[in-house]
Write a protein that binds this ligand. Structure first.
Ligand SMILES: NC(=O)c1ccc[n+]([C@@H]2O[C@H](COP(=O)([O-])OP(=O)(O)OC[C@H]3O[C@@H](n4cnc5c(N)ncnc54)[C@H](OP(=O)(O)O)[C@@H]3O)[C@@H](O)[C@H]2O)c1
Length: 387
């Protein structure tokens, strides 16, 4: 008899959450949706709940919660309210695996709760590792729980490392370069929101799409790789690969490079994380036309054009709560850009000025990270008024 994994999907109404449900829909015998959560996308959450009949849904916006509660009355689905309820349901014995597809710092606490409760963690929420990597990895080690990466680059590295005992010489994270890789510094000054949201190869949530355009996303991914794979920063490189066919590579101590490739499709790393250690059939994925090999390009990073990536490296070197400051300021900056209150080229400036204002705390606790996040966001909001 096949064991059916009972999955909690945190952020089921987002880009990753919706694609996870698409994958799960194809394997009803292998996966059971146990929990779904959303902030305010009540209509979509209701449709998902009626289709998958999870044990519970959690909604964190009060008005949305009331609407979901009223609509699902008379169904077996429990409707819970608030972030506290997310951590609460992760303790339920009926949950085997947690897919954390929340966006932002808000994802850290549920990641820690999942691990504390010994639930396998399929991790899309990169901010968990960026802000609290030391706590997350410590908790996973202490409880002997696996973290399965969902981010396509980290899934690629994870797949390249499978079965290897050899020393890693370097990890090469590929980056599409976003829509503006070929733009001049001058042209970057007049970037609009719709241009930034028009990613050349991936279709993602708004925050991660803007992060991809500034290359902050790659910076966050470098920090994520540092924690996930336990390699020093000097062994983690970024290479621009505009076609996004190779999702990342690992070079071993004999010089061999292993790469994982395919057309960009987030359903694949999601499926791999959910089904690990198995690799399941997925006929829906477009098969690679190997003639595309001859059009693959690789470029080193252009100096000065993407300061966000540099700031992420620096934040990781400083350590402690500084990556949390970087992330908090970036969340404010991206939100301001999306609301047309900040120019694209002013994003790095706002982050670097916020970084100057918040003192370092070495080895911060979760509560100290929460304070850091709040204080850095408050500071970034103040600085925003003078941008
Ligand atoms: N999208 C991709 O292709 C991709 C690829 C690699 C990595 N990632 C990473 O995966 C994570 C999710 O990205 P995404 O693009 O799927 O994000 P998204 O489309 O913005 O979805 C975020 C999800 O989290 C919920 N949410 C947002 N804020 C919340 C809050 N304060 N409290 C509770 N729930 C909240 C949203 O609910 P509502 O819908 O109700 O707002 C939604 O369900 C991010 O860390 C991103 O960097 C994404």
């Amino acid at each position: 008899m096949t064991f059916q994994k009972r999955i909690a999907i945190l952020g089921s109404t987002g880009s990753i959450g919706v694609q996870a449900l698409e994958v799960i829909r194809k394997y009803p015998g292998l996966f059971k949706v146990q929990i779904l959560t959303a902030r305010r996308s009540s209509g979509l959450l209701i449709r998902q709940a009626l289709e998958f009949l999870p044990q519970a849904v959690v909604v964190t916006d009060r008005n949305a919660w009331m609407e979901v509660r009223d609509t699902l009355k008379g169904t077996p689905v429990k409707v819970l309210y608030g972030n506290g309820s997310i951590t609460e349901v992760l303790a339920w014995d009926s949950v085997d695996m947690v897919l954390n597809a929340l966006v932002g710092f808000i994802g850290l606490e549920p990641s820690l709760a999942a691990l504390k409760n010994r639930k396998t963690l399929a991790l899309a929420n990169k901010e968990s590792l960026v802000t609290g990597g030391h706590l997350v990895m410590r908790e996973a080690a202490a409880r002997n729980v696996s973290i399965l990466p969902v981010d396509s680059e980290h899934s690629a590295v994870f797949q390249c490392l499978r079965g290897e005992q050899a020393t890693i010489e370097k990890i090469i994270l590929t980056a599409s370069g976003g829509p503006f890789f070929k733009y001049s510094l001058k042209a970057l000054e007049s970037i609009t929101k719709s241009q930034a949201l028009d990613h050349p190869t991936w279709n993602m949530g708004e925050k991660v799409t803007v992060d991809s355009a500034t290359l902050m996303n790659k910076g966050l991914e470098v920090i994520e790789a540092f924690w996930l794979f336990g390699q020093p920063l000097s062994k983690i490189e970024v290479m621009i690969h505009p076609q996004s066919l190779i999702h990342s590579m690992v070079q071993f101590s004999d010089g061999t490079i292993k790469a994982q490739m395919g057309y960009p499709d987030m359903r694949l790393p999601i499926l791999y994380a959910l089904s690990f250690p198995r690799r399941l059939d997925f006929p829906e994925a477009r098969r690679m036309d190997l003639s595309h090999f001859c059009s693959m390009e690789f470029h080193s990073l252009p100096a000065d054009k993407f300061p966000c990536l540099e700031m992420a490296y620096e934040a990781l070197k400083k350590g402690g709560n500084i990556p949390c400051v970087l992330n908090a300021a970036n969340e404010v900056a991206v939100d301001a850009f999306l609301n047309e209150r900040l120019n694209f080229t002013a994003i790095p400036g706002l982050i670097s000025r916020t970084l100057e204002k918040i003192p370092l705390i070495k080895d911060p606790t979760f509560d100290q990270l929460k304070d850091t996040h709040r204080e850095a966001q408050r500071m970034a909001q103040i600085l925003l008024t003078s941008c």
